[in-house]
Design a binder for this molecule. Sequence first.
Ligand code: MN
Length: 285
Amino acid sequence: MKLCRFDDNRLGVVSGDMVHDVSEVLAKLPALHYPYPLFDALIASLPDLRGEIERLAQNARPIPLASCRLISPVANPGKIVAAPVNYRKHLQEVRKDANLHHGNMINEIERAGLFLKATSSLVGPSEGVRLVHEDRRNDHEVELAVVIGRRAKHVTRETALSYVAGYCIGLDITIRGPEERSFRKSPDSYTVLGPWLVTSDELPDPSALDLSIDVGDEARQRSNTSDLILDVPALIAFASSFYTLNPGDVLLTGTPEGVGPIQSGDKMTAAIERIGTMEVAVSAA
Ligand code: MN
């Protein structure tokens, strides 16, 4: 199932180039009381609501996808976890160009660990990226994004994929420079998630997916998740050995070679095999 969020926080099931509005199901989410939980309530309830969502989708009047304003498929992730250099060819690329990381330690991911992006940086494709500090180099990074479906703590590689709700395309927009990664990757709109969530039953194996991004008509990144240093199960096991992963937590798995600058007025087109394609406009903040 492909689940999208669109327009004014509506929930939809994507089928071909149509969206079926299933927002009615949101009334069935458990009532929440302050203090609100640090996880995404919809993602946590997906297994329980799945049947109802499918029933509603069958009866909903289809809306053309092209007329929908797509927002982030996950509304309230408790955290956005991201992998630093995690593609073999990208590791070679950054080792050759000190400007990409300004002398920051470039380590194998096993030694560097993971980092967090501010949840306030999250937008959907229709909202676009709004650049800050345009005098500095702002780069695109296309990444496979994993959405955690249930609480994961100290999980093994072997069972890791059973904790996944689904997958999206992620953009980890980055200001190059000397600051901590979490700081220069966390301005508002610097994490894009979309175009929808493909549930893991529809995409059981993320280990060999083509991924790409174009800026305008220029091809920038072309790779396959088979080039990952730590693959999806290993990343989940690694992350969950440090902190608890909760439903709705997003795991950005790292970007392949070919990162490059974006400027106000650009249009990015990102695609991942078996997920889809999304267009994201770049403007000034
Ligand atoms: Mn990245």
